[in-house]
Ligand binder design. Sequence first.
Ligand code: 13P
Length: 250
Amino acid sequence: MRTPIVMGNWKLNGSKESVTALIKGIEAAADAAPNVEVAVCPPAIFIDQVATLCANNSIEFGAQDISTEVSGAFTGETSTVMVKEFGAKYSLVGHSERRQYHNETDALVAAKFVAIQANGLVPVLCIGETLEEREADVTKKVVETQIKAVIDLAGIEALENCVIAYEPVWAIGTGKVATSEQAQEVHAHIRSWLAEQSKVVAEKVQILYGGSVKAASAKELFAQPDIDGGLVGGAALIVEEFVGIIEGAK
Ligand code: 13P
């Protein structure tokens, strides 16, 4: 059995005050769901604050993006070692907004994936097709290519210790959630494609769905056999919504 994960990606949102309110608002629900792992990915500057707030609850946390480098003359970057020092467990890697607005290629995403694992964090590899790609019926090929870049660099065994987040770009921040059938179809494809390379990886890896997940849609999505939780953007910033999504994963 794979433990479901409900992970909030706060993106570029929050203040000292709202971060405290959000963690205080969701911690009871997280603690009351021992069979669900709850995690948040705040902007890097709030990781210290989140670490303090989560010292005595079950909420895990991670970075939204990370440098391939550990230290040195790399202005503006945050390293795995730094976030690990604060107790982070995860780092997202390859989010479509990084791919789109920061020109992150599959090769760079793979290098970041390796850096994340090398320093003891768990990568959350984000993949997914654009609307044009879905309409051109190349969704499966796109997600295979995105995962293959990591396998080519790190080897298939590296995927034994990671999380995959399938986030169709057309569903992110648009309110257009994929239907549970659409999401399950891609998740099942990812798992069977992985199984051709390693049954252990395919069985073990948690595949989260992301893209306009709300409390109202969570339960049905998470009931699908190959959907192991969600990576949540907008609804992760609203206490009642995020709590409802945690409930949907129980
Ligand atoms: P939304 O839930 O706001 O669509 O964002 C999804 C996402 O990008 C999570 O990483």
